[in-house]
Design a binder for this molecule. Sequence first.
Ligand SMILES: NC(=O)c1ccc[n+]([C@@H]2O[C@H](COP(=O)([O-])OP(=O)(O)OC[C@H]3O[C@@H](n4cnc5c(N)ncnc54)[C@H](OP(=O)(O)O)[C@@H]3O)[C@@H](O)[C@H]2O)c1
Length: 268
Amino acid sequence: MKVLVIGAGNMGLTYATGMSKSKLLKKRNIMVLDKSKEKLEEVGKIAHFDAIDRLEDCVPQADIIFLAVKPYHAEDLFKRMKSLVKPEQLFISIMAGVTIKYIQDALGITKVVRAMPNLPAQVGQGLTSYVSAEEVSRLELFMVEGLLDTTGKSLRVKSENYIDASTGISGSGPAYVFYFMQSMMDAALQMGFSENVSKVLVSQTFTGAVELFNQNNLTPDSWMERVASKGGTTRAALDSMKDNNVGEMIKEAAFAAFNRAVELGEEY
Ligand SMILES: NC(=O)c1ccc[n+]([C@@H]2O[C@H](COP(=O)([O-])OP(=O)(O)OC[C@H]3O[C@@H](n4cnc5c(N)ncnc54)[C@H](OP(=O)(O)O)[C@@H]3O)[C@@H](O)[C@H]2O)c1
């Protein structure tokens, strides 16, 4: 099985690197195409990829084509690819907002999987939600899941609407966590800790809380109840967050991302 990754940006290379570890592929079975010569030179230095700069030299040979260019490059790319693609090829797109129907119509093919990754894929801790066209077989979906799982976890959703919804939670979510981390680091600095110490205090607090959450069957609400005793320090902090409506604001932010994903999808 040969996989072609189109677009050697952050995400394209993350998946190419992840997939190179998959048992489903042999090392030299990953081709990477980009229009930037500099990026291809970098890719060429990575032993197991074939770096290619012409669609004619890679699209016809591929069994799976991974689309990882920015959405605004899709139209031009598809025009140039259309005469080279074959109906049996499987397309996996991670382009935000680009619908399955748009890809099917623009390329004249049917087998499309639309996926939404997130940034921690770069360190093998990503969450990729995905949905497929009905023409994609069970066996093909099994392969897709195996490839997506090489960058973390994958989650199959019922419809493209859930891809937009997962954009609001896991897709954009790492930035919400960074926002929270930055605020806590700012507070630590203001309390007199150095930058390095602030970083350790905050990062280990996040890692520890997530680990507790993952290893037990309690909701975040239950954990808050456990840790906040009446009249104590944690209760003072949680009361302050409640008074300031922080929870509602985070929900609103997630919905802003969801709504924006829906809006972007209307263009394609
Ligand atoms: N980054 C994330 O966290 C994230 C999350 C979810 C979804 N995504 C999706 O992932 C996709 C890739 O994002 P990215 O951040 O990796 O983008 P990126 O860094 O811009 O990488 C895209 C690469 O594709 C190249 N390219 C553009 N048109 C091409 C063409 N016709 N043929 C060959 N190569 C072409 C670009 O070259 P030039 O630079 O020369 O244009 C660039 O090197 C996007 O569609 C985005 O919506 C990203």
